[in-house]
Ligand binder design. Structure first.
Ligand code: DGY
Length: 322
């Protein structure tokens, strides 16, 4: 007798091709109007599910995990980051957790360069003035930014995304230095210089780009003290997680000139972005679009489904976190 298709709670709308495959192989509980669901509603909807397909926006705390039904055995997150899921609580309950590494590397590296260039070239103020009809004439002193060539980019976290950023940045003439938990093999370093400590690297970084996980250990990694270690007039780019930056310290450093500009795709408390950012010409801001290409968002969904397929077929999941 054919096995009943497992029930999957899908917390957000997913690209059509992904939902189509879901409907073929599973009995999905879809979020038709794509509302952001709160903890109570998530737990309530999960009561009839064998699996959860969640996204980076939804926290799964130990308290929530404890209230999941016995039948629920796997959570697949539609993200590479997994700081929103209490892995220890899942492990204790025997719940498998998977993520989507690899598939968003190139898209996120592209947006990192967009943020880097947008910040370095003051693209926000220039574009705003143009659109508001405030651009009077070409001026030798207007919208002066920083050239990339000949400067140094410091990368914090030289994993897949960090290395993809380094490859692109080299093409712009930047020298690459990096800090990582451990030094990479020479073929992965591709000439980048390793610093064992972040503090030792910062004084060399005209540009600094963050690519480490947003876990508790890295909370407020770039704070007022570390910003002071950068050369005056540096640029910080963050396409990883908002909690890596002390946002107030960053704004203070923009005001004092210690920082020339910032390029941010991620914020604390998304989507409630601190409005203090909005008036700052030197802040190039994007609404967490690092992985937002058709190809990547499809691939993220398919990767979640590959994990669910393997799990329910009794095979090892490709991207286990627990
Ligand atoms: C992730 O996958 O962690 C991203 O932040 C979502 O784009």
């Amino acid at each position: 007798m054919a096995r009943e298709r497992p029930v999957v709670l899908v917390t957000r709308r997913l690209p059509e091709a992904v939902e189509e495959r879901l409907r073929c192989d599973y009995r999905p509980i879809l979020n038709e109007d794509d509302r952001q669901l709160g903890p109570e509603e998530l737990v309530a909807r999960a009561q009839q599910a064998d699996a959860i397909l969640t996204t980076a926006g939804e926290p799964w705390t130990a308290e929530m995990i404890a209230r999941l039904p016995e039948r629920l055995r796997i959570i697949a997150t539609y993200s590479v980051g997994y700081e929103h899921i209490d892995l220890a609580a899942c492990r204790a309950r025997g719940i498998t957790v998977t993520n989507t590494p690899d598939v968003l590397t190139e898209a996120t590296a592209d947006v990192t360069l967009l943020c880097l260039l947008g910040a370095a070239r003051r693209a926000f103020a220039a574009q705003r003035d143009l659109r508001e009809g405030k651009w009077q004439r070409w001026s030798p002193t207007g919208y002066l930014g920083l050239e990339l060539k000949g400067r140094t980019l410091g990368i914090v976290g030289m994993g897949r995304i960090g290395r993809a950023v380094a490859r692109r940045a080299r093409a712009f003439g930047l020298t690459i230095v990096y800090h990582n938990r451990s030094r990479l093999a020479p073929e992965l370093e591709e000439g980048a210089r390793y610093y064992e400590t972040l503090d030792a690297m910062l004084p060399h970084c005209h540009f600094l780009s963050l690519h480490c996980p947003g876990n508790r250990e890295n909370e407020g990694l770039i704070d007022a003290r570390r910003i002071q270690l950068l050369p005056r007039g540096a640029v910080i780019v963050n396409t990883a997680r908002g909690n890596l930056l002390d946002e107030q310290a960053v704004r203070a450093a923009l005001a004092s000139g210690q920082l020339f500009a910032v390029g941010l795709d991620v914020f604390r408390n998304e989507p409630q972005v601190d409005p203090a950012w909005f008036g700052l010409d030197a802040a190039y801001l994007l609404p967490h679009i690092g992985s937002a290409t058709v190809e990547t968002r499809n691939a993220m969904g398919f990767r979640c489904l590959d994990n669910l397929d393997a799990f329910f077929a009794g095979r090892p999941v490709p991207d286990p976190l627990t």
